[in-house]
Ligand binder design. Structure first.
Ligand code: HEM
Ligand code: HEM
Length: 444
């Protein structure tokens, strides 16, 4: 029962991703042609885009955690009923948020724009999910594994980091700082902990990495991502009114938080050199995980470290360079992982015919190429802004016209990305439909 409900989370997450890519493409077009007619203003379109950017990966992660908890314990959830309630609360709150933002009702807060009541609903949904997960693990604690412990901690953080954002603060520094507990810490701490179960299960089941090595990595990853993640948030505190010591803390802990991904990449590289996968389903999931690790190493970590250096950040802060990093890190790392998890779970016990596999490969390639084209152009636009606008104090509008061609061609990158997302989303829904039909036929 719980596994069935986990599939709802995953399907809803993938559905939102499809909408996000399509609408974002229209947004990127209206950025270069602002006079095109549009039912939603750019600023609210951007708010919807940013809401989805954090929400659909969170929804998918919750489904993945629920699924792996049941698989690891070989027991159902403490209460599938709570899980159902949680799902509907999250569904209605997110639809409410999207609906009101579309109508132009919001609070102007970047990333957390929208009505507080819907964020309250999202927090309640996550709270119920956390309670259900902890209660399930506690009831079967004799069978609990380190992975379950780490995934549960991730879920607790997801909840704890959102709740302070439901309070209104008068101090603008507090408002900004706490916002990054969702923007930074959801991604770089909570999601990473939650995703570790999927990464571990996949590589151990397929015999690529030994259980012991993976467990050692898990302990290191969880401790460094908590310590590094918490203090690494400091790279967002540079120019918003925090004491100067945060320039040092933010930079130092950003380096610390980067270590586990390098270790994971080395371990998987060695494992794959010894053993390559042969089954189509597993190969597709592997390509998505490899894509995630690649973007985690490059766009998230290396580029992230570069823009963390305070002397660099002084010039690049809030330019298109940040946007390039945000796309590579958020979709490249987390998005690919959620899509990989979604595919893996929805195609459980299925083998994949050659044609679907080939479409899957094309979809993943297009997503990667589209993302890289789009983000590279944003990075170049950002460097131009940093040099001419921030460095040489050239007029903002003059610099904006200099970056126009890059924003224009970014739309083409977005087009490739959207095509890739349509193919992957179609493949995911197709495999879900096939498995659901088979299960229904078997139960007759
Ligand atoms: C077709 C694909 C996409 C296109 C065309 C697109 C377009 C845009 C546009 C126009 C903006 C406004 C700022 C800017 O011009 O860069 C933006 C911002 C952003 N997008 Fe996307 N996007 C796409 C996919 C995604 C995905 C899949 C995610 C994450 C799951 C994402 C996350 C973000 C974030 C975090 C920002 C804020 C960046 C910042 O300004 O700091 N985008 N995107
Ligand atoms: C998967 C991991 C990561 C994700 C999902 C992620 C996501 C993001 C997003 C969405 C933003 C834009 C925030 C905004 O618009 O204000 C951002 C900014 C930033 N990120 Fe990351 N990031 C990741 C990893 C890293 C790492 C490892 C570092 C450094 C080592 C880093 C350094 C930065 C810095 C310095 C900024 C601020 C840029 C500015 O001042 O405009 N990020 N990140």
């Amino acid at each position: 029962m719980g596994k069935q409900i986990a599939r709802w989370y995953i399907l809803y997450s993938v559905f939102l991703f499809a909408i996000q890519s399509f609408v974002a493409l229209l947004g990127a077009t209206s950025l270069v042609y602002p006079d095109l007619p549009s039912p939603v203003s750019f600023e609210y379109g951007r708010a919807i885009h940013l809401f989805l950017a954090t929400f659909w990966p969170a929804m998918g992660m919750m489904g993945i955690v629920q699924h792996f908890t049941i698989v690891q314990l070989k027991e159902d959830l403490y209460s599938p009923q709570i899980s159902k309630w949680q799902f509907f609360i999250l569904l209605f709150s997110s639809l409410g948020q999207l609906g009101t933002l579309t109508l132009g009702i919001g609070n102007g807060r970047e990333y957390l724009d929208g009505l507080l009541v819907f964020y309250g609903g999202i927090a309640l949904g996550i709270l119920l999910g956390t309670y259900n997960l902890l209660k399930t693990v506690w009831l079967h604690r004799k069978k609990a594994t380190p992975v379950l412990g780490v995934m549960s901690i991730g879920m607790v953080f997801l909840c704890m980091l959102l709740i302070p954002n439901l309070v209104r603060y008068h101090n603008p520094v507090a408002v900004e700082a706490i916002k990054f507990w969702v923007v930074h810490l959801w991604e770089e701490m909570a999601f990473e902990l939650m995703a570790s179960g999927f990464i571990m299960a996949f590589f151990i089941i397929n015999g690529i990495v030994k259980q012991k090595d993976m467990e050692n990595w898990l302990y290191l990853e969880s401790s460094l991502s908590v310590v590094g993640g918490l203090f690494g948030t400091g790279h967002h505190y540079f120019w918003i009114g925090f004491p100067a010591i945060w320039l040092f803390l933010g930079t130092f802990f950003s380096v610390v938080q980067s270590i586990p991904v390098f270790l994971l990449a080395i371990m998987i590289y060695k494992g794959l050199k010894k053993k390559w996968l042969t089954k189509n389903r597993e190969k597709l999931v592997l390509y998505m995980i490899i894509s995630s690790i690649f973007h985690h190493l490059t766009g998230a970590t290396l580029l992230g470290l570069f823009i963390t250096i305070p002397w660099v950040n002084l010039y690049t802060h809030g330019t298109y360079l940040t946007s390039g990093h945000a796309h590579l890190a958020l979709f490249g790392t987390m998005g690919f992982l959620v899509l990989g998890g979604a595919y893996y779970i929805l195609s459980e016990n299925q083998s994949l015919e050659k044609r679907s596999y080939q479409y899957g490969v094309i979809g993943i390639l297009l997503l990667n190429v589209g993302l890289i084209v789009m983000s590279t152009l944003l990075i170049i636009a950002g460097l131009i802004q940093a040099y001419f606008w921030r460095g040489l104090n050239m007029d903002f509008m003059e610099v904006s016209s200099m970056i126009f061609p890059y924003l224009f061609f970014r739309v083409l990158g977005g087009g490739l990305f959207t095509l890739g997302s349509a193919i992957i989303v179609y493949q995911i829904f197709k495999i879900w439909w096939t498995t659901t039909r088979k299960t229904n036929q078997q139960s007759y």
